[in-house]
Write a protein that binds this ligand. Structure first.
Ligand SMILES: Nc1ncnc2c1ncn2[C@@H]1O[C@H](COP(=O)(O)OP(=O)(O)O)[C@@H](O)[C@H]1O
Ligand SMILES: [Mg+2]
Length: 297
């Protein structure tokens, strides 16, 4: 007998949250309240919503950081790749669920790039031959030759995030969660990250991205989930969502999808220039006005 839940066959489900509520041990209010969500295998899902609405908390439930690292009160059931997350030690999830964080530094264990890409595979207990084969394949697939055997400390934000993604790719997980992965990236690096996600999609990976920057995800996400105050309030297909106009998005507390504030807060950090005692303090050369930036999608 086939078990159907919410229209999805069980064998097609990658992750499932059923009536999940969570309060961090040191949190006064609950971070999530009764969230039910099913993510199909091969789906690329965007979690969006204002700061503090619970996006990161959902990613932590999917990669097991909750309840195995972050303590608190958890109720409901989280099942990831057929495993009940509460009963699965986090090391048993490594190799099945990969994570990319906002600040790549927070996920580095090594000081050089090659060792860092291999680290996750070593941790999974793979044989050296297999690790080297995966390393070679990842470096070739992601065109990382120039970044090999370099100190992590000398890399740009974009290069660090690429190495973090390469470490995840080498582990060949079925589900990949990314939490605000573009926070420290410039526009070129965002475009490269978008290519990496495209290739993961082509490999049939299930991908969940928590993001407040939306423009770069146009054409990548199959489904968009809007969260508010720890609950899912609306869901859209990718097509529906990326056709919304700025005022509708603004009404939902979201940034514009194209240009505008998305680019104004780019990591170059130049958002305003104040004259200082009549002297020229900052000179912008070859400055591209925000309105004419390309729409990277
Ligand atoms: N480590 C933590 N300890 C205590 N409270 C937390 C922690 N992380 C997040 N929270 C709280 O949980 C709620 C949801 O946060 P989060 O999932 O980080 O939202 P988002 O990623 O959408 O900004 C917020 O009220 C936040 O303050
Ligand atoms: Mg967050």
């Amino acid at each position: 007998m086939e078990i159907m839940t919410g229209g999805l066959n069980m064998s097609e489900i990658s992750a499932r949250l059923e009536n999940v509520s969570f309060r961090y041990a040191n949190g006064e209010d609950g971070a999530l309240g009764s969230v039910t969500l099913e993510i199909a295998k091969g789906e690329c899902v965007l979690l969006c919503g204002g700061s503090g609405c619970g996006k990161t908390t959902v990613t932590r439930l999917l990669n097991g950081l909750i309840p195995h690292y972050y303590e608190g009160e958890l109720s409901g059931e989280v099942t990831v790749l057929g495993r009940k997350i509460k009963d699965t030690p986090i090391e048993d999830l490594a190799g099945h669920v990969g994570s990319v964080f906002q600040n790549p530094r927070s996920q580095f264990f090594c000081v050089d790039t090659t060792a860092e890409i291999a680290f996750g595979c070593e941790n999974m207990g793979l044989e050296e031959k297999e690790i080297l084969a995966r390393l070679d394949r990842t470096v070739a697939d992601m065109h990382l030759e120039k970044l090999m055997n370099r100190s992590i400390f000398g890399l740009s934000g974009g290069e660090k995030q690429k190495i973090a993604c390469a470490g995840v790719s080498a582990m060949m997980p079925e589900l990949i969660v990314l939490d605000e992965p573009t926070s420290n990236l410039d526009l070129d690096a965002i475009a490269e990250l978008s290519e990496i996600i495209k290739s993961w999609k082509a490999d049939g990976k299930t991908i969940v991205i928590a993001e407040h920057r939306l423009g770069w995800l146009k054409g990548l996400c199959d489904r968009v989930i809007l969260m508010e105050k720890g609950s899912i309030t609306r869901q859209f297909t990718g097509e529906e969502f990326f056709a919304l106009d700025s005022s509708t998005l603004g009404g939902m507390g979201l940034r514009s999808i194209q240009g505008g504030s998305d680019y104004l807060s780019s990591p170059t950090g130049v958002t305003a220039i104040k004259p200082f005692a009549g002297k020229e303090v900052i000179t912008l050369e070859n400055f591209v006005p925000v309105t004419s930036l390309p729409n990277i999608s």
